[in-house]
Design a protein around this ligand. Structure first.
Ligand code: FES
Length: 161
């Protein structure tokens, strides 16, 4: 498989960009400038969606907190990061938490709000709320599942497994 990708890459290096664009379209053009690591295998978290402010490598998501995608997190202190099915919570400038956005009650992902004074997420689907401490059960009985989150140099690394 890797050998096939190397052959494709070698071919693209020889003919890029105009010929490849003519034959294969825009998606193949992206491969011309790579020359580096393949999607999902980068040691620096490189992979898909870098232009959207985050990269995914296996179960690890690296988030660029300076990217406009995460303006809501910076301004309101939390956001539902639906592209990766996670809730993000800013505790302070270098401390964040990440959770699944699947409600422990019935799995609804898109009905969340956050109450700062109570430090709880609330799912408006059936009105259950969940503390953000990763352990205390919410009103539906289960705790909101936490992911491992670590901060360094304006990057938030979240491991979902
Ligand atoms: S699915 Fe969230 S409260 Fe029921």
């Amino acid at each position: 498989m890797k050998n096939m990708k190397n052959k494709r890459r070698d071919f693209l290096k020889k003919v890029c960009p105009s010929v490849a664009l003519a034959f294969f379209g825009v998606t193949m053009l992206e491969a011309c400038s790579s020359g580096g690591e393949e999607e999902g295998s980068s040691s620096n978290g490189g992979g898909s969606n870098d232009s959207k402010g985050y990269t995914v490598s296996g179960s690890t998501v690296v988030i660029d907190l300076n990217h406009s995608t995460f303006n809501t997190l910076n301004s309101s202190g939390w956001m539902n990061f639906t592209a990766q099915n996670m809730l993000l919570l800013k505790i302070d400038s270098s401390t964040y938490r990440a959770f699944t956005n699947s409600c422990p009650h019935q799995g609804v992902r898109n009905a969340w709000s956050y109450n700062t004074s109570e430090d709880k997420f609330k799912c408006s689907s059936h009105g259950n709320s969940y503390p953000s401490d990763c352990t205390t059960a919410g009103t539906a009985g289960g705790a909101l599942k936490c992911f491992t989150a670590s901060y360094a140099s304006n990057k938030l690394t979240v491991t979902t497994s």
